[in-house]
Design a protein around this ligand. Sequence first.
Ligand SMILES: [Zn+2]
Length: 251
Amino acid sequence: MTLCDKCRSNAIIYQRYSGMHLCQAHFDEDVHRKIRESLRQTQLFGRGERVAVGLSGGKDSATLLYVLKNMFSRRKDIDFVAVIIDEGQGVAQAKLISQMLKVPSVVRSMYGATGSNLKSDLLIKAAQENGADVLATGHNLDDEAQEAFLKLLQGDVAELIAGGPIPWIKPLRRVPEKETRLYAITHGLYHPKSECRPFADGWKLEVKRHLNGFESRHPGTKYSLLRSIERIHLLKEGAIDGAKPLSSDGK
Ligand SMILES: [Zn+2]
């Protein structure tokens, strides 16, 4: 049995990008730290907020709502509403999670609607209709790195940093997909058997495959891509001098 590098308990994961073996407690601590750092970067939670959380029934959004609810349990000025987008799958599981976490939910249907940004538009609209100040979604590091890679290849860098009608945050953006899955499974939020793979077009699959290849040969590549996008944001805001870039292990 491999041991945790921090406490010598049994390890449940090896992070190639950090070189660390971690036990359940230290893995949880690491995930929470990455989420706290992403939240701090948004500069949004110094005062009360109503947060709409996009909930799909999958591992990422379940982890997001669970961690946010626990993290802000003592903040009476922060409340949550789950926005469930009905895409024909995952709705029952999403409702179950919102009930378990005692978060009110609203459901919006994709049925009959069209458009390439449909899901984002529905999420933003539902968040606004429910009086939310901010929208949070469960995009993980892999989602963010893939999106960045794809947009750069397509010459759409402006779209990567475009703002919307309300602040949209992605608190799991520093947590690799493999780790959101492990977190969700070990906290009883998700069962691998119920995994439904979302439809992805050829381009996206190709980008995902290449990125995973880079990551296995050069651990930390996904963090580098995320860092590039964060620096473009800071350049846009004129704040680059005060910027402290991410290190290769997300710290
Ligand atoms: Zn440990």
